[in-house]
Design a protein around this ligand. Structure first.
Ligand code: SF4
Length: 458
């Protein structure tokens, strides 16, 4: 079964799963309430969005300059910087490092980039236990699942689902409260932090002028993951660069307000390197892996490159009627929702993932909520055109479109084809593409021009 067929089948199943729908509805409604409060704290959120969008666009104009500046600065404090052109190369780096260190346990804070390169699977293959330390990530890892959402990985689970899961896996009481379950996880993780040889984080921002990594998180687990282990590995997409440390003052609240509705995320850490001479805390070693993995391909596309401005706040997912209906797993990608539909064809190929460009109603809500003003719907439309140009759409659709073009490009085409034939022609759409749950509109018995002529001849 192709990715596109699997997508359609999974979407069809989950869209009518009422339990799933209710859980998502409940969790997103809580998010919506928090975000409206978050937005209300701004005097002029639009001005902040414009400023952030401009910074990220300027970064893309001088991308190489900022990345080199970042590398030079951070290397000067003893950080090793490795450039990975794809997931395979990044995996090779990780394998070599884990082998060299003879690592048996690594603790990891939340990072979608590590999902992109399947770091957990690599570590396990190397005989190194990889433990997710973000609560949501911990829950999906225990369930044997992938993150459902880029900001809230366990959004699809209710507290009852989690209590049941913990009861099965850890024998905790089936009626445990969220507080009790959190306390349980805290106790488990405390031991892991102190035993791990390696701590892994992603990066919310790579700061060029001072050469540093910024990580924002709400549980302190990112800090704990880097406080005890002797080695800190950072895996970051190369688009995460911002020019100046001072710009965090703009990006921190913008990311928090759009991601969770907070004024600012609880823990914001700027990592500048391993423990320096005369410092008492911090890891002995720090390695930064800068990941391309399709990002420069995206950069070369003059219609889609602005997607590189994304700060992964997740707002477009929560706003998207398609995401809310089919959920995160249907996409079968690291990044889901509107930004995932835009990015994935570039990261993993149009051949297998161009169908995602069509998984949008183009209502534009994602564009409205995006804090860095990415024209997501324009890019989706451009991706659709590229899919047609690359001959990746089904042959039947192509023939149908050519027939429609022939019939509709001249008025006479509409007039000479009887409405019955037109209705028969569109009938298969009820079963392919649109599905039987949505019926195609019917053509009128007489075309507009025929009716017009008739009225005017009276
Ligand atoms: S595209 Fe915009 S709204 Fe969506 S995750 Fe990225 S920054 Fe947030």
């Amino acid at each position: 079964m192709s990715q596109a067929q699997k997508f359609t089948q999974d979407a069809d199943n989950i869209a009518f799963d009422l339990k799933h729908r209710n859980t998502i509805k409940f969790n997103i409604s809580r998010y919506d309430t928090a975000v409206s409060k978050g937005m209300a704290r701004y005097n002029n959120v639009e001005a902040a969005k414009i400023q952030a969008a401009n910074i990220k666009r300027e970064v893309l104009q001088n991308w190489d300059k900022y990345l080199i500046q970042f590398e030079e600065k951070i290397s000067s404090r003893g950080v090793k910087v490795l450039w990975a052109k794809d997931a395979h190369e990044a995996t090779n780096f990780i394998e070599t490092i884990l082998k060299e260190k003879d690592a048996k346990l690594l603790v990891k804070s939340k990072s979608m980039t590590t999902e992109e390169i399947e770091l957990n699977e690599t570590a396990e293959r190397m005989g190194c236990e990889s433990v997710e330390t973000d609560l949501g990530e911990f829950i999906v890892q225990v369930a044997g699942e992938k993150p459902y959402h880029i900001v809230t990985p366990a959004m699809h689970k209710s507290k009852g689902d989690i209590a049941k899961l913990f009861n099965e896996k850890f024998n905790t009481p089936i009626d445990s409260t969220p507080e009790e379950m959190t306390e349980y996880v805290r106790q488990v993780l405390r031991k892991k932090y102190t035993q791990a040889q390696v701590g892994v984080t992603g990066a919310n921002f790579l700061i060029a002028d001072i050469g540093a990594i910024s990580v924002t998180e709400n549980e302190g687990n990112g800090l704990m993951s880097t406080a005890f282990p002797k080695l800190h590995i950072v895996i970051a997409g190369i688009e995460k660069i911002i020019p100046k440390m001072s710009q965090l003052g703009l990006f921190y609240p913008l990311l928090a307000a759009h991601g969770t509705g907070q004024q600012i995320t609880a823990y914001n850490t700027v990592f500048t390197g391993p423990r320096q001479v005369n410092e008492v805390d911090g890891p002995d070693e720090m390695i930064v892996i800068l990941l391309d993995n399709g990002r420069t391909t995206l950069f070369e596309d003059n219609e889609a490159y602005e997607a590189l401005a994304c700060i992964r706040c997740g707002a477009c997912l929560n706003a998207c009627p398609v995401y809310k209906t089919i959920g995160g797993y249907t996409y079968d990608t690291t990044y889901s929702g509107p930004i995932g539909s835009v990015l994935t064809p570039f990261l993993r190929g149009f051949k297998d993932f161009s169908h995602l460009s069509f998984a949008s109603s183009l209502c534009g809500k994602c564009v409205e909520v995006c804090p860095v003003k990415i024209p997501l719907t324009d890019i989706l439309l451009a991706n659709r055109r590229k899919t047609v140009e690359q001959n990746l759409r089904p042959k039947a659709e192509k023939m149908l479109m050519q027939g429609f073009k022939l019939m509709s490009s001249k008025r006479i085409g509409f007039d000479i084809v009887p409405s019955l034939l037109k209705n028969i022609g569109t009938y298969p759409f009820n079963y392919f593409g649109w599905g039987p749950k949505r019926s195609m509109p019917k053509f009128a018995k007489k075309s507009f021009s025929e009716q017009y002529k008739k009225i005017n001849s009276k």
